[in-house]
Design a protein around this ligand. Structure first.
Ligand SMILES: [Mg+2]
Length: 206
């Protein structure tokens, strides 16, 4: 674990699929990303989901990610995980589950570049995680770290979340556009990605 309590993309647990390999081969070229919150965007938020058995995919998420990859966006997950700090599951269990999620996406031809998570919370019961972290959304730390790790052009990237804190984190990191599930439609998100792609020919496709 890093000093910040956030596991960064270089960790062994990150599934280094074809997208990640290509990304590292082109260190000088900026990429664009579709940032995805996890609970409520990828999986239905049943409350501290951390097992395959608890997982119910949000309808349309795989189709949306397919569009993203088709237009050259990298998939990056950014997720608050106060459940770790609260002691509902531990860091190892979270990582095992994150690997499983990556594998489920990969089976569908959808490589996730990296998952960033913040286990810290101001009221965590585990002292090591009791912190008002600059990584916990609405703070932008995870997005900024991802941009640094993968040379992402945040202004040409987008985020999909289901909480105001997701949207606020995107705003603070100067992500180009943020969509709120429940207010925005999947179709609008896909349309925005396609429009950005047709304009952004100076960016490297993954
Ligand atoms: Mg959420």
């Amino acid at each position: 674990m890093s000093e910040s309590g956030v596991i960064r993309a270089a960790g062994e647990w990150v599934v280094a699929g074809p997208a990640a390999v290509e990304a590292r081969r082109q260190p000088g070229m900026r990429q664009r990303a579709l940032f995805l919150d996890r609970d409520g965007v990828i999986n239905v938020d049943h409350g501290y989901v951390h097992t395959a058995e608890m997982t119910e995919w949000v309808p349309g998420i795989f189709e949306l990610c397919k569009v993203a990859l088709d237009v050259g966006l990298a998939l990056v997950v950014v997720t608050n995980q106060a459940g770790i700090g609260r002691g509902y599951y531990d860091d190892g269990q979270f990582r095992d589950y994150a690997r499983w999620v990556h594998a489920q996406f990969m089976q569908r031809g959808l490589p996730i570049l990296a998952t960033y998570y913040c286990p810290e919370h101001p009221e965590a019961v585990i002292p090591a995680y009791r912190n008002d972290s600059g990584y916990r959304k609405p703070q932008p730390g995870m997005l900024l770290d991802a941009a640094r790790d993968w040379n992402l052009d945040l202004g040409a990237s987008l985020l999909v979340g289901d909480q105001p804190s997701d949207i606020e984190a995107a705003r603070r990191a100067h992500v180009g556009r943020a969509f709120l599930m429940g207010e925005d439609r999947w179709e609008d998100v896909a349309a925005w990605m396609r429009t950005m792609s047709s304009r952004g020919r100076d960016h490297a496709p993954l």
